[in-house]
Design a protein around this ligand. Structure first.
Ligand code: ADP
Ligand code: MG
Length: 674
């Protein structure tokens, strides 16, 4: 066993209780301790006197002189109170609860050093939480002190002690990169990096140490992925465009955007190549991904092969099926729609048609890939909103075909560099620009006081013949009645807008009812829909120009962005109203501000990462991303590029890492990229 894997219980003073507390911080070994990055630092390099304390940082470290000592009465008896002054002459009362013994060690007229959290009452400072010592060294004055995240009964002191023990035991830490890499990129050697993270002389040390450690971590993940990549130059095939595709393009009332053309070109040449495609199509809501999907499906159908299109919900699958019927059936494409709820007599017929190859394009939910479904010649699978599917569902799907081409579509983008670094076998197409003529959606943050004004503004939109969505977090009201909910608001809005027709849509309705309501809304029979976030993805009604999201603070950023994407789907000016509650949290405030400041889905996804951390993002788990100790996706974009370049250079030259100079990499890649 390597010393770095030694258990922390070897350290004296770390017993069962501490072991448990450490373990809940993810720390079980010496190396875990050494790589435990402080959450922040306290700068005790220069003295901080009483008047330097502020509301934001009320700590002080300074020399004081004792002026007098008193015992004052308390509920439980008495306690020592020490009055002292600092070198500015400002005075402080130190309340020595349960520390009467200080009476014996502190002398009037003598000087000491304190570190304390102070508060101020008129001109007098006070502290009950303080340390007092004879020498500045005992308080680490003159140093920068690491502060660690704690858990259970752990104290900063215990963690500091344990970290130092581990540092001592493991030092000197050996190099983890090639000598040449350190020099070229100006990195610290690892023994210094690990030491300085915990004991920096200045804040530059912290930066440099973290840069080295983060780089190393990213580098090994990139190296793993670079070794899996094939570097043979893939011959660019110049794809021919089938007549089916040409016909659809001719039928459109608009022309494809440049980004759509480019994405299609990339997909077509992937499909025409021998190796299966694995491509991610990223594009903001409403950027026209679906059309790219249909055209690419035609590319495959034209060869006499089958295509499956999988959507995350029945509602969305149905919308897509109707959309496809409108665009593709006139071209002679044979469609079928298959979801879990289709269990009637028609199901065996559908399944048989798929098996016999009498269907070209199957649209549905993951039910497309349940056991009883077989395809005659399925070669292309399209996954809409791929981030909503679990790994298992995706795998079930891939089993239905031999090495099919896969196109995943998402409006919740992973930053490009990250995707390319960690998913070695993934290609990326981006639709960056939406079709021309789209107006920026105007977003308003509305407090409950301004709600009435908003309702008036929406009425004006109704008068113009435009439509709206009202969105609520719940179907029914809660017990306290503090939340507006679909059922209640449906009735209230009817009273508010008596001359307009509306419908409610939520997950407890039958699918046929939902679809019926949506169709009538699209046909203009209803002026507005009152809904839960079931309408979050895919619904496409260009004449809807307003979306009102009540209790917007209860929705996550990506849900808000998706919901907002229901409007702004034509050249009409569109509006999004985010109505927030009175008792809104700081995080929620931050989210709403982001929504107001940008319409760019990529920016919103990045902000989301910043606010939430990467914890919830699907796909990252498998990439090992979540196991990162040092690197941060938002902070370290530049390092990521450096790491990727370095890794690819090495992998191209020595994929097996068999050269002597790469021995060190062979060793550490197993440790980092498990
Ligand atoms: P996404 O799937 O990316 O959210 P959609 O495919 O639903 O976006 O497209 C949104 C709307 O834009 C649809 O009504 C679609 O017909 C329309 N659209 C697609 N491409 C173009 C284009 N090149 N020009 C104009 N409108 C387009
Ligand atoms: Mg879509």
């Amino acid at each position: 066993m390597q010393k770095r894997d030694e258990k922390i219980t070897k350290i004296k003073g770390i017993g069962k209780a501490a072991e448990k507390d450490f373990s809940s911080l993810g720390i079980t070994t010496y190396y875990d301790l050494v790589s435990f990055v402080p959450r922040s630092y306290e700068d005790r390099r220069s003295e901080k006197r009483l008047r330097d304390a502020s509301g934001e940082d009320n700590t002080v470290y300074c020399k004081i002189t004792v002026l007098k000592k008193d015992f004052i009465p308390t509920k439980k008896g008495r306690t020592l109170k020490v009055r002292a002054e600092d070198e500015n002459g400002d005075e402080i009362d130190l309340y020595c609860f349960n520390r009467d013994y200080l009476d014996k060690t502190l002398y009037i007229g003598h000087s000491y050093f304190i570190s304390a959290s102070v508060s101020k009452n008129r001109s007098l400072y006070m502290a009950a939480a303080f340390e007092i010592k004879r020498s500045p060294r005992e308080l680490d004055l003159g140093k920068i002190i690491p502060l660690y995240s704690l858990s259970g009964n752990l104290k900063e002191k215990t963690v500091r002690f344990a970290v130092d023990e581990a540092l001592n035991a493991l030092s000197p830490m050996e190099d983890e990169l090639k000598k040449e890499t350190y020099e070229r990129l100006g990195l610290l050697h690892h023994s210094s990096a690990y030491y300085l993270v915990h004991h920096p002389n200045n804040f530059e040390d912290v930066q440099r140490a973290l840069r080295t450690l983060s780089f190393t971590e990213l580098f090994y993940m990139a190296l793993k992925s670079a070794r899996e990549k094939t570097y043979e130059d893939v011959k660019k095939v110049h794809p021919s465009i089938s007549n089916l595709e040409k016909k659809l393009i001719k039928n459109l009332t608009f022309s494809l955007t440049e980004d759509q053309e480019k994405a299609l070109d990339e997909i077509r040449s992937d499909i025409d190549r021998k190796d299966p495609m694995n491509r991610l199509l990223e594009g903001d809501v409403g950027s026209g991904k679906t059309l790219v999907a249909w055209l690419s499906a035609l590319h495959v159908i034209a060869k006499g092969e089958q295509v499956a299109f999988m959507a995350p919900t029945e509602l969305l699958a149905k919308q897509h099926a109707e959309n496809a019927a409108r665009l593709l059936e006139p071209l002679g494409v044979r469609l079928c729609y298959l979801t879990g709820s289709i269990k009637s007599k028609s199901r065996p017929l559908l399944l048989n048609a798929l098996k016999e190859g009498e269907v070209d394009l199957a649209i549905g939910t993951h039910a497309l890939f349940t056991e009883d479904v077989t395809f005659k010649k399925l070669t292309y699978v399209i996954i809409d909103e791929q981030h909503r599917f679990g790994v298992e569902q995706r795998n079930a799907l891939l089993e239905k075909a031999k090495r099919p081409n896969v196109l995943s579509m998402t409006a919740t983008p992973i930053p490009r560099t990250l995707a390319l670094t960690f998913y070695s076998n993934l290609d990326l197409s981006e639709i960056k620009h939406k079709p021309d003529g789209r107006k920026e959606i105007k977003t308003f943050l509305v407090s409950s006081k301004k709600r009435e004004e908003m309702l008036n503004a929406i009425e004006v939109e109704f008068k113009r013949g435009h439509q709206a969505y009202f969105v609520y977090p719940r179907i029914e009201g809660d017990d306290e009645g503090s939340l507006k909910a679909v059922e209640i608001m449906f009735e209230e809005l009817k009273k508010r807008y008596p001359e307009y027709k509306s419908a409610a849509v939520h997950s407890r309705m039958k699918d046929e009812e939902k679809i019926d309501a949506l169709n009538k809304f699209r046909d203009g029979e209803y002026q507005y829909l009152v809904a839960t976030s079931v309408i979050e993805v895919g619904i496409d009604v260009p004449n809807a120009t307003c979306i009102i999201i009540e209790h917007a603070d209860r929705f996550g950023l990506s849900a808000l962005h998706q919901l907002r994407g229901r409007v702004g789907r034509s050249s009409l000016p569109s509006y999004c109203f985010l109505v927030f509650s009175d008792n809104i949290t700081d995080d929620a405030k931050e989210r709403l501000k982001v929504m107001k400041s940008t319409n760019d889905g990529f920016k919103i996804a990045e902000k989301d990462l910043e606010i939430r951390g990467p914890g919830d993002i699907t796909g990252f788990k498998q990439s090992g991303y979540l196991k990162m100790r040092f690197a941060s996706i938002t902070r370290d974009q530049d390092l990521l590029l450096l790491a990727k370049d370095e890794a690819e250079r090495i992998a191209k030259d020595d994929k097996g890492l068999i050269k002597a100079e790469n021995a060190i990499l062979r060793n550490y890649i197993d440790i980092y990229a498990k």
